[in-house]
Write a protein that binds this ligand. Structure first.
Ligand code: GDP
Ligand code: IMO
Ligand code: MG
Length: 432
């Protein structure tokens, strides 16, 4: 039995889904533990591309039980659209189990997301406008409606009606568009009925799997630096993607977590506002966007880009107790003459100790880099360390050394098999 957590080590979109898909071959259960349909998780299998928002990325395998854990906020219209899309492509979602303790998202959450972003003007967070923050706020205020409420449709209709009516008054008062309460109640009762067969005790399910000696994957959405506590507040999401959140959001206690894999690109991206010490504007930034296809899966927004930041990775290693890193999208750097690795920060020429705990300070730092020669070779067909050019190995070794975290998996392309192991045995004698 083993429990593995996959967590984003940057600002999201690191390729978590691809690593989950890779590891899911050997696991019986894949569970999402936080976030909602703000996530966009892409798995590429041959010519087929699957873009998932709520359903765990292990769903593509028949042997996997996909679980939506208690820490997730569930948007039923999106969930059913996703199930329909997958099933129309012959991917069964019959084993999907959604925690009765997970929270539901309703249209008023999306209204509030838009109102609050509108009120912030130039200081807006740049949320996905999916209602994630307001849904988690309702959870914290203890007025949210849980998935479990769907089992009694009459009482569910009453709860939705009550909440929608109350929210409607406040939304109109705040200048938002009035909600059609009756329509929402009717639509959501129908969704609730459809959800019933999927609802279950996921904490019990996961522990039964543990007791049966099965291997479990906990799939993070978003990332360490979007974490509500540890991220670049207020430019964060409203949940805890970090490894502690995996325990809270699944019900699997911390002592059972064996492997905690941080996913990082060979560079960095961020969608939305907030500090970004290694951001590359101009030609290099454009090149990373073009080659890396850095446009959001969910919102289509252009991602901001920068060099890989080992100060952040070191910090992610501490916060998540990372046992290893997966370094993805190394192939995106194939054509660069030089590649950079951020090794430290300075303010007014003075070296900053560690990762600043304040976002305003992070916004002032200047990054220190080491610059390495590019490999100018296509990596896509590399399947072992021996296939990698010496310059690429030197880059990987630099990230490993500067982050202080062993790298185990290297991504050299979007497809399922475009990956290689970077293990102590495989690099023996291979790196100068
Ligand atoms: P996630 O949110 O962390 O699961 O990542 P996304 O799916 O939002 O974004 C990662 C993108 O990079 C997807 O389009 C993946 O297909 C793609 N990808 C993942 N790993 C690699 C890799 O090693 N090389 C390349 N070129 N693309 C990759
Ligand atoms: P995956 O799982 C990248 C960002 C938004 C915004 C901030 C808050 O695909 O890595 P929210 O809608 O969550 O309140 O927005 O968080 N964000 C993501 N950025 N990848 C994601 O998910 C993200 N989910 C949210 O762009 O800056
Ligand atoms: Mg994504």
């Amino acid at each position: 039995m083993s429990v593995t957590v996959v967590v984003g080590a940057q600002w999201g979109d690191e390729g978590k889904a691809k690593v989950i898909d890779l590891l899911a071959r050997e696991n019986s259960v894949v569970a999402r533990y936080q976030g909602g349909h703000n996530a966009g998780h892409t798995v590429v299998v041959g010519t087929e591309k699957y873009a998932l928002q709520l359903i765990p990325s292990g769903v593509l395998y028949d042997h996997v039980t996909p679980v939506i854990g208690n820490g997730v906020v569930v948007d039923m219209p999106t969930l059913f659209a996703e199930i329909d899309r997958l099933e129309s492509r012959s991917i069964s979602c019959a084993k999907l189990t959604v925690s009765s303790q997970a929270q539901l998202i309703f249209p008023w959450h999306q209204s509030w997301d838009a109102i609050s972003e509108g009120n912030l003007g130039d200081n807006k967070i740049g949320t996905t406008l999916k209602g994630i923050g307001p849904a988690y706020a309702d959870k914290a205020r203890r007025v949210g409606i849980r998935v479990g409420a769907c089992v009694d449709l009459e009482s569910f209709a009453e709860q939705v009606n009550e909440r929608a009516t109350a929210e409607n008054i406040d939304i109109v008062h705040a200048g938002g568009d009035a909600l059609d309460v009756e329509r929402i109640v009717t639509e959501f009762v129908a969704y609730a009925k459809r959800l019933q067969p999927y609802i279950g005790d996921t904490v019990g399910l996961l522990h039964d799997a543990v007791d049966a000696g099965q291997d479990i994957l906990l799939e993070g959405a978003q990332a360490t630096f979007l974490d509500l506590d540890h991220g670049t507040y207020p430019f964060v999401t409203s949940s805890n993607p970090t490894a502690g959140g995996a325990s809270v959001g699944s019900g699997i206690g911390p002592r059972l977590l064996d492997r905690i894999i941080g996913i990082t690109k060979a560079y960095t991206t961020r969608v939305g506002s907030g500090p970004f010490p290694t951001e590359t504007l101009g030609e290099i930034g454009e090149k990373l966007v073009d080659i890396g296809r850095e446009f959001g899966t969910v919102t289509g927004r252009r991602r901001r880009t920068g060099w890989v930041d080992c100060v952040m990775l070191r910090h992610a290693g501490r916060i998540n107790s990372l046992t290893e890193l997966a370094l993805t999208k190394l192939d995106v750097l194939d054509t660069f003459d030089e590649v950079k690795v951020c090794t430290g920060y300075r303010i007014n020429g003075e070296v900053v100790h560690g990762y600043p705990d304040r976002s305003d300070v992070l916004g002032q730092v200047v990054a220190d880099y080491i610059t390495l020669p590019g490999w100018k070779t296509e990596l896509r067909n590399c399947r072992s360390v021996d296939d990698l050019p010496i310059e690429a190995r030197a880059f990987i070794t630099a990230v490993e050394r500067e982050s202080g975290i062993p790298i185990r998996i290297i991504g050299v392309g979007p497809e399922r098999d475009e990956v290689l192991d970077w293990t102590p045995a495989s690099i023996f004698g291979g790196v100068s």
